[in-house]
Design a protein around this ligand. Structure first.
Ligand code: ADP
Length: 315
């Protein structure tokens, strides 16, 4: 039982009364805080992949940025405990998370995009995280319950690759996830794993929004002919075979690698590119899936314009 005097949103570590609480009371308080935080988040989307290196973090980042450029309040949770790359992709890897009596304050990238990642807590960027399941579960629990996310329209969660501890933890902790986006590349070995990711998502009761095929063809910069570097079309076939939606193809764009490395979201740097269009389509399909009609949202226009890396960002 949580004591009467406990304030829901105050974390136990900063509470003067916490010394008089039993472990059981603290756990009950944590659970209540988690439920309270999640009640402020309208939609929760997981980005998953069957294997690493297929562009899952790139997709999570550009999806979150696209939704925030649409005016939504977005949180991006980098749940990849062992390989947290999102802060690097957004150029915020040197930031430090501060705390308040209401919990950890996520890093604000734009006025309506906040990020939390293990990368902010591990000191040197080369330090590996060597943790077993229960510690990872506890870290993800804290990222959800002890972070002061505020009111969000979307929480995009970048899960580590595969079908292991972290997705199970997230599913257990969040419960009513709107759906998962499975990122794959077109070659058979990747598709085999993404099929597993679809089945895994269903097994843990997370509905599948659909499959997106990343690194789907490269336009030759010299002759403009498309080169199917990792083949093409496999993601669509897998989606059809598994009875889930196909969310589109994102071509290989060498600028994406450069943008990721320099901490600039690709969709902002190259908004007119084919790949940015594919991210826009992915964001639209996600909004459609969760039932967000653009008209329903009272866009907070006062947030725009703002500046990011010397660039004026408008709606
Ligand atoms: P994952 O999260 O699946 O391990 P990342 O998102 O970290 O993969 O991407 C791995 C690398 O591939 C990064 O350098 C990223 O810039 C690059 N990448 C991802 N998608 C594309 C794409 N469509 N075109 C070019 N490079 C890409």
């Amino acid at each position: 039982m949580v004591k009467e005097k406990c304030e829901k949103d105050t974390v136990c570590d900063t509470c003067n009364e916490s010394g008089s609480c039993s472990q059981q009371e603290k756990e009950a308080h944590q659970q209540e805080r988690l439920t309270s935080r999640l009640s402020h988040i309208k939609h929760r989307i997981m980005v998953m992949s069957g294997k690493g290196g297929v562009g899952k973090s790139t997709v999570s980042t550009n999806l979150a940025v696209t939704l925030s450029l649409d005016g939504f309040d977005v949180g991006l949770l980098d749940a990849d405990i062992h390989g947290p790359n999102i802060p690097k992709m957004l150029g915020i890897e040197s930031k430090h998370v501060e705390g308040s009596s209401h919990g950890m304050i996520p890093i604000e990238v734009f006025p309506n995009l906040k990020v939390i990642s293990m990368a902010f807590f591990i000191g040197g960027r080369d330090n590996p995280v060597i943790w077993r399941g229960p510690l990872k579960h506890s870290a993800i629990g804290q990222f959800l319950g002890e972070v002061d996310w505020g009111d969000l329209d979307f929480l995009v969660v970048d899960l580590p690759p595969g079908t292991g501890d972290e997705p199970l933890s997230v599913a257990h902790l969040i419960r009513n996830v709107d759906g998962s986006i499975i990122v794959t590349t077109p070659q058979d070995v990747a598709l085999l794993d993404s099929r597993k990711a679809v089945i895994f998502s269903r097994m843990i009761n997370i509905p599948v929004i659909g499959i997106v095929e990343n690194m789907s063809g490269l336009i030759c910069p010299h002759c403009s002919k498309e080169i199917p570097l990792f083949k093409s079309g496999g993601g669509e076939k897998a989606a059809h075979d598994l009875g889930v939606s196909f969310l589109g193809r994102i071509p290989i764009d060498p600028e994406m690698v450069t943008d990721c490395d320099r901490g600039m979201p690709f969709v902002m740097a190259h908004p007119k590119s084919e790949a940015a269009n594919a991210f826009k389509q992915l964001a639209d399909r996600s909004k459609e899936y969760v039932g967000f009609k653009e008209i329903e949202k009272q866009f907070e226009k006062e947030k725009f314009p703002y500046h990011f890396k010397g660039q004026e960002v408008k709606r």
